[in-house]
Design a protein around this ligand. Structure first.
Ligand code: ARG
Length: 584
């Protein structure tokens, strides 16, 4: 159990000792103190019991502290209007560190209840290379999947690629008229993008091209064999191209059920939506309207136009008979419930799709879907000018190019700092740092804020960066390389005494306390920022406490603290999808 968990348990016993009847599953709040001067943990439970007991909180706190059986774990005192502050004893830190070094899970508890979670992330539209905007969904989604799995959940990852839709009218037209076979073989996604862009331009200039594209789309939707074959080929080469990027990012999926996967289900889905009274005809289209269960202000099916509330329906079949993104997403929820028994579905998708997901969640709720659905939103990546990141030509930078740039930037840093490495080692290290930097920058920001993509800052060895953490890991490891023999950590004796040892122990113990909180609001930045704090604490410990020059229990204790720091850094970074190099 974590120290926080133990304190909770003891506070709970003390409350019961006051004769208070607690609701089942009640867990008194014991939080990590923001300010160490007040101790390591703090509880406001006395304030919460005020009404219940009809006494003032300070009195309640006094009674609780008198009844608390803390043993050697911690001391408690009362502050302010009735806060109970806990200071953990050196014995307890010693005991904790001794347990952590024997624990494969590094003190991280498995979730009480295991959930089946479907994670929908990345999901680019095919026939186009991924661009910088795909960083956020791909990296946040991947990290959430790693963290949720480690916490004991059953996670299914699904890449819901946009492999069906109006863009295929243009692509098929371009394929038939503009395709360069050689270029397609060499750089397939670039070639598809080129023909798409060219046809797009032609459409704006020439109405007849636009009509022809529409014609190609109708043929594809009607099952025309030639167009179906072109479409299939496009999807195939796109997947190959996407996988090149996913491999570079160490990202994988259990499934790639793209939009087209659901085509055969859409007709009967819309029929049942109508039959069940959830959708109706309007202007030739089939639409879902508000059920007026909530205030118009909260209602995703209402919008204010000219000062009046008007309907904002979700179209599930267009007047021309075509189904759309929304229809597919309803079918996708059904599939995930039926086939996978999803209890939670997390959609890591740009905040600009908020309305779509609010409508989707409302519709499936009306149809009795019991899963907990969450739109995991994120903001925009900005250039140094504070505007959405663009290339010189005004396009979104391609993700592959962004990764190349990050690797080149980290190669330049290594060049000057890592003279002891061979060129091959430097190249490999540049990839580990470059990719790690892109990921860490993403994951250390609150996902809903925009952030500036500043390569020089991202790859710097100092600052809130991946290389700072990677380097901290390498430094921990280097300590052990200086020893003649392997250290055997089985059954070691530790004794945490000095202030800096205590600080580092406290940070190490915190890993198991903070990690589960990542899933409260689906925020990997909680983990990223914890790792930065751990690394800083380690460096200040290392400055104050000689390790190799110390002796006996002190030396072993410090070696254990270094070893644990390296393990937690390596493990935490791996949960962010970031690799740790052996040398830097
Ligand atoms: N392909 C979509 C886009 O690029 C994202 C899909 C997200 N997932 C979903 N189930 N709607 O905007």
């Amino acid at each position: 159990m974590t120290i926080q968990g133990e304190l909770r348990e003891r506070v709970k016993q003390a409350i019961l000792g006051l004769g208070v009847e607690l609701p089942e599953g009640f867990c008194p709040e014991v939080s990590i103190s923001a300010d160490l001067r007040f101790g390591d943990y703090q509880s406001n439970v006395a304030m919460l019991l005020k009404k219940h007991l009809g006494k003032n909180p300070r009195e309640i706190a006094t009674d609780l502290v008198a009844g608390l059986e803390l043993g050697a774990l911690a001391t408690a005192d009362i502050a302010g209007p009735g806060f109970i502050n806990f200071r953990v004893s050196n014995e307890a830190w010693t005991e904790k560190v001794g347990r952590l070094i024997q624990d494969d899970r590094l003190g991280v508890p498995v979730a009480d209840v295991e959930h089946k979670i479907v994670l929908d992330f990345s999901a680019p539209n095919v026939a186009k290379p991924m661009h910088v905007g795909h960083i956020r969904s791909t990296i946040i989604g991947d990290s959430l999947s790693r963290i949720a799995s480690f916490l004991g959940h059953d996670v299914v990852t699904d890449n819901h690629i946009g492999d069906w839709g109006t863009q295929f009218g243009m692509i098929i037209y371009g394929w038939k008229h503009l395709l360069d076979e050689v270029a397609l073989a060499e750089r397939p996604l670039q070639e598809l993008l080129r023909i798409y862009r060219e046809v797009n331009g032609m459409c704006s200039a020439d109405e007849s091209v636009k009509e022809s594209c529409k014609g190609e789309l109708v043929k594809l939707q009607g099952g025309d064999a030639e167009n179906a074959a072109i479409w299939e080929k496009c999807v195939e080469v796109s997947k190959v191209g996407l996988n090149v990027i996913y491999d570079r990012l160490d990202v994988g999926f259990d499934h790639w059920h793209g939009e087209s996967f659901y085509n055969a289900r859409l007709g009967s889905l819309v029929e049942s939506l109508v039959a069940e009274g959830h959708a109706r005809e309007s202007g030739g289209a089939i639409c879902v309207f508000s059920d007026h269960k909530v205030e118009p202000k909260q209602d995703p099916f209402m919008e204010k136009r000219d000062d009046e509330w008007s309907d904002l329906p979700m179209i599930v079949r267009k007047a021309d008979g075509a189904f759309n993104y929304a229809t597919t997403d309803v079918a996708t929820v059904d599939y995930r419930m039926e086939e996978w028994g999803a209890e939670k579905i997390w959609y890591v998708v740009d905040a600009r799709q908020a309305l779509h997901f609010r409508q989707l969640f409302d519709i499936v709720r009306r149809r009795g879907c019991s899963a907990e659905l969450e739109h995991v939103t994120f903001g925009t990546i900005l250039g140094k000018d504070g505007k959405p990141l663009k290339t010189r030509d005004g396009d979104l930078p391609q993700l592959g190019d962004v990764l190349d740039d990050a690797i080149a930037a980290s190669r330049a840093v290594i060049e000057s700092k890592s003279d002891h490495l061979s060129d091959g080692e430097k190249d490999e290290l540049a990839v580990t740092i470059g990719i790690g930097s892109v990921k860490f920058t993403e994951l250390s920001h609150n996902r809903n804020s925009d952030y500036v993509f500043d390569l020089d800052k991202m790859v710097a060895l100092q600052g809130d960066t991946a290389p700072y953490l990677q380097n901290s890991f390498v430094r921990c490891k280097a300590i052990f390389r200086k020893l003649d023999e392997e250290v055997d950590f089985g059954g070691v004796r530790v004794q945490v005494l000095e202030e800096k040892e205590v600080s580092l122990s406290r940070m190490l113990a915190r890993y198991g306390e903070i990690l589960p909180h990542v899933l409260d609001d689906l925020r990997p930045n909680i983990l990223a920022n914890y790792l930065l704090e751990l690394a800083r604490t380690f460096h200040s410990f290392y400055e104050a406490c000689p390790v190799l020059k110390s002796e006996g229990d002190t030396r072993m204790t410090r070696l254990v603290l270094c070893e644990l720091t390296s393990r937690v850094l390596e493990h935490g970074l791996s949960l962010l999808g970031i690799r740790t190099p052996e040398r830097m």
